[in-house]
Design a protein around this ligand. Structure first.
Ligand code: AHM
Ligand code: MG
Length: 285
């Protein structure tokens, strides 16, 4: 099957699409339409909301069909992220208003990680549960019920090649995590470059993932509605936290479908440390 390499097309984000991005998007759309429960979808790969099933659908699903595209061809873990909202509009298949809901309004959210095994993690607002795919029976088996993430983590995950583009606050935070400034957190660095994989490791082992705004990406890189919000929902349900540096991700009012946001997510005390340090550095001018 011809599934590796670039598709030779550019998506709405201005990014090169891989063949697997395109295939995953088609598979997701088909699967959600098939349920008869989804009226409207939105995808990282498509500019506008995608109508599904007007008659039956009570729900709206937003997704990143294949997260971590740069890792596809080098056999590093990648994932799929999804966010499910109740439809709020009345007519037809729904419209943009159904997509632009706060993360707090999600009825369920989660992700699938394709790594050494295929694991699905989700929350419907009642804890976080992990399932692993048993390829013999073709079903997901529950492996981890009611996941609780550690309050403080041993890992920090950030693309440090952006260091000179960050604000003084983030530069200080990373120096603290390395143990060369402040009270010596001395955390271990782990960065895969697939959000799902970095998030999943930190969820289980404890840690913090950050993708701040920088001078190249003034609003951050990651997308609010189908990357940050669903993972924030999972993080909070597991006892962790997610913030854009000042505001909980789940409280941000979305204005645009492909809106970007800075993201700080993971162990609760570590996220609080980041918010506190950003405030202090800002106040000190
Ligand atoms: P994608 O959805 O096009 O794959 O982009 C999102 C990915 C995230 O998975 C990851 O956290 C981030 O981009 C890595 O970005 P960078 O290469 O700038 O560190
Ligand atoms: Mg992505």
């Amino acid at each position: 099957m011809d599934i590796l390499g670039s598709a030779g097309t550019i998506n709405v984000q201005g990014e090169q699409q891989q063949k697997l991005d395109v295939l995953a998007n088609e598979v997701m759309k088909e699967a959600f339409c098939h349920t008869g429960r989804v009226s409207l979808m939105a995808s990282e790969e498509e500019e506008d909301p995608i109508p599904a099933d007007a008659a039956a659908g009570k729900y709206v699903v937003l997704f990143d069909p294949l997260d971590g595209s740069s890792n596809i061809d080098v056999n590093v873990s990648i994932g799929t992220i999804f966010s499910i909202h109740r439809r709020v509009s009345g007519d037809g298949c729904g419209n943009l208003v159904d997509c632009l809901q706060r993360g707090r309004e999600q009825v369920a959210a989660g992700y699938v990680i394709y790594g050494s095994s295929t694991v699905m993690v989700y929350s419907a607002g009642n804890g976080v549960h992990c399932f692993t795919l048993d390829p013999v029976i073709g079903e997901f088996r529950l492996i981890n019920h009611d996941v609780a993430t550690p309050r403080t983590g041993k890992y920090y995950s950030i693309n440090e090649s952006n260091y000179t583009r960050w604000s003084a606050g983030y530069q200080k935070i990373v120096r603290c995590f390395k143990g060369v400034d402040g009270d010596g957190h001395g955390k271990n660095a782990r960065y895969i470059g697939s959000l799902v994989a970095d998030f999943h490791r930190n969820l289980l082992a404890g840690g913090i993932f950050m993708y701040p705004a920088d001078t190249k990406s003034p609003n951050g890189k990651l997308r609010l509605l189908y990357e940050a919000s669903p993972l924030a929902f999972v993080a909070e349900q597991a006892g962790g936290a997610a913030s854009d540096g000042t505001t909980p991700i789940l409280d941000i009012e979305p204005k645009k479908l492909h809106q970007r946001t800075p993201l700080v997510i993971g162990s609760r005390d570590d996220v609080a440390f980041v918010e506190r340090t950003l405030r202090e550095v800002e106040a000190a001018g």
